[in-house]
Ligand binder design. Structure first.
Ligand code: PGA
Length: 260
């Protein structure tokens, strides 16, 4: 029944944002590294300064490492920025690009997001491209146009092979950190439109499609059975091992049911 992208394991990604400390990270990472594999791909994205700590603590575990952002150039005079090849060298396999907080607060426009996506691929990282509309855009009926614009700016720069390997996270801005998740119907409809936008660029590509925005163990119960949802991008709930693992468990259980 479920048609998850190319039968890749569903992705449970934790975006820690600007949270953590050496001590808190160690406890969280140890719990995640020791939890038995549930058949999903488990990814954590700590702040830059903690990537080396996380790589050490996750070594030999099933948990993959990601970063929350990368620079739009591979090296050079960009004070305060961190480049994709540095992330790869530190053991990252994923990098989030175009998160709405970066777009809103740090000047990440579509061109910059496209440059970051290309650099991620060039350095062996899987980009997790975030798209999503504001509440005002949603209420004005502009969500599809906004998301299509964000997608076209990036997908138009990628070949079909890269589009297939991309991860796209639909994160309605009104659902991020608000406790107000999108409904099952809204998530399904948005992911359907995203798949259609992808098909206009590369008909055979099947990038993994995630939902993000106030995902908890409770919302995961109804998100996980949705056939179009290949996983979730989790903010607040990813800071507690128990909550993050419960989300993964919901997806693991639904995946087994759906695929027999
Ligand atoms: P949230 O954040 O789960 O805390 O809403 C999601 C995100 O911004 O990726």
């Amino acid at each position: 029944m479920a048609n998850h992208a190319n039968n890749r394991p569903r992705l449970i990604v934790g975006n820690w944002k600007m949270n953590g400390s050496l001590a808190a990270n160690a406890a969280l990472l140890d719990a995640l590294a020791q939890a038995p594999a549930a058949g999903c791909a488990r990814v954590v994205c700590p702040p830059f300064p903690y990537l080396a700590q996380a790589a050490t603590l996750l070594a030999g575990s099933e948990v993959a490492l990601g970063a929350q952002n990368c620079g739009h150039a591979a090296a050079g005079a960009y004070t305060g920025e961190v480049a994709a090849p540095m992330l790869a060298e530190l053991g990252c396999r994923y990098v989030i690009v175009g998160h709405s907080e970066r777009r809103a607060m740090f000047g990440d426009d579509d061109a910059r997001v496209a440059a970051k996506t290309a650099l991620a691929f060039e350095h062996g990282l899987t980009p997790i491209l975030c798209v999503g509309e504001t509440l005002a855009q949603y209420e004005a009926g502009q969500a599809t146009a906004v998301i299509d614009g964000q997608l076209d700016a990036v997908l138009g720069t990628l070949d079909a092979g890269r589009i297939d390997r991309l991860v796209i996270a639909y994160e309605p801005i009104w659902a991020i950190g608000t406790g107000r998740s999108a409904s099952a119907e809204q998530v399904d409809a948005a992911l359907e439109r995203i798949a259609a936008a992808v098909a206009r660029h590369a008909a055979s590509a099947r990038p993994q499609l995630l939902y993000g925005g106030s995902v908890t163990a409770a919302t995961a119960q109804w998100l996980a059975p949705l056939a179009r949802v290949d996983g979730v991008l989790v903010g607040g709930a990813s800071l507690q091992a128990e909550a993050f693992l419960a989300i993964e468990q919901a997806f693991a259980a639904a995946g087994q049911t759906a695929r027999g």
